[in-house]
Write a protein that binds this ligand. Structure first.
Ligand code: PEP
Length: 248
């Protein structure tokens, strides 16, 4: 049995003060959640949010991590910097990082390896664009991203994969539950080949792309879908809490 994991991706929203207030509002709403609850916050919000989540069941995540331990990488954040504040999860290879900041499967791989080495749990994002889906390239794109992005991973059971069709992120368009389930099933078959069928059964695979209070139940009822990576809806406590309680 895989424990579902619902993670919020705040992206570049919420100052530290606003982030701490959001967590304070969220704490009583999600305290009896049956799934893992994570908020992935802007780096500068981490100290304030780390304090706010103390004593709660909300876990802290970051939105990126650099692949070097330290050094001349202006503007970057290291794994040790995250760990010092109790960060446990880190999103790696989000499509917005790939689209706007030159992230590639190769740099994703370097970041995944560093995160695992440091003891962070990576949430590795993969997904196809609309034109890739429409031209029948979805599986080829996912195969490449997974094969290259997860190369040399020695502890695959620590991975979380987020299947995020790029065309569904922030657009209000959601993959149907059947589409998401089928594609996540394909991802699991790739993980079985890269690692082993038994390990693939233990790896949690989230769906991400306009998941909200209205569609979460149907998506989460699918056998292959183990959670959600939530953008817009994670900024509103009631909406995020409704997703966390998808089983109610
Ligand atoms: C995301 O940013 O990972 C995401 C899925 O965003 P949204 O829920 O807003 O589509």
């Amino acid at each position: 049995m895989r424990t579902p994991i619902i993670a919020g991706n705040w992206k570049m929203n919420n100052t530290a003060k606003e982030g701490a207030a959001l967590v304070e509002a969220l704490k009583p709403l999600v305290k009896d959640a049956a799934c893992d609850v994570v908020v992935c916050v802007p780096a500068i919000d981490i100290p304030a949010v780390a304090q706010a989540v103390q004593g709660s069941n909300i876990r802290l995540g970051a939105q990126n991590v650099h692949f070097a331990q330290k050094g001349a990488f202006t503007g970057e954040i290291s794994a040790d910097m995250l760990l010092e504040y109790g960060v446990q999860y880190v999103i790696i290879g989000h499509s917005e990082r790939r689209q706007y900041f030159g992230e590639t499967d190769e740099t994703v791989n370097k970041r995944v390896l560093r995160a695992l080495e440091a003891g962070l749990l990576p949430i590795v994002c993969v997904g196809e664009t609309l034109s890739e889906r429409e031209t029948g390239k979805t599986e080829a794109v996912l195969l490449k991203s997974l094969t290259e992005g997860l190369k040399d991973v020695q502890s695959p059971e620590k991975l979380i994969i987020a299947y995020e069709p790029v065309w569904a992120i922030g657009t209000g368009k959601t993959a149907t539950a059947e589409q998401a389930n089928e594609t996540i099933g394909y991802i699991r078959s790739v993980l079985a080949k890269l690692f082993s069928p038994a390990i693939a059964q233990t790896i949690r695979i989230q769906y991400g792309g306009s998941m909200n209070a209205g569609n979460c139940k149907q998506l989460m009822s699918m056998p292959e879908i183990d959670g959600g990576l939530i953008g817009g809806a994670s900024l509103k406590p009631m909406d995020f809490s409704a997703i966390v309680h998808f089983d109610k």
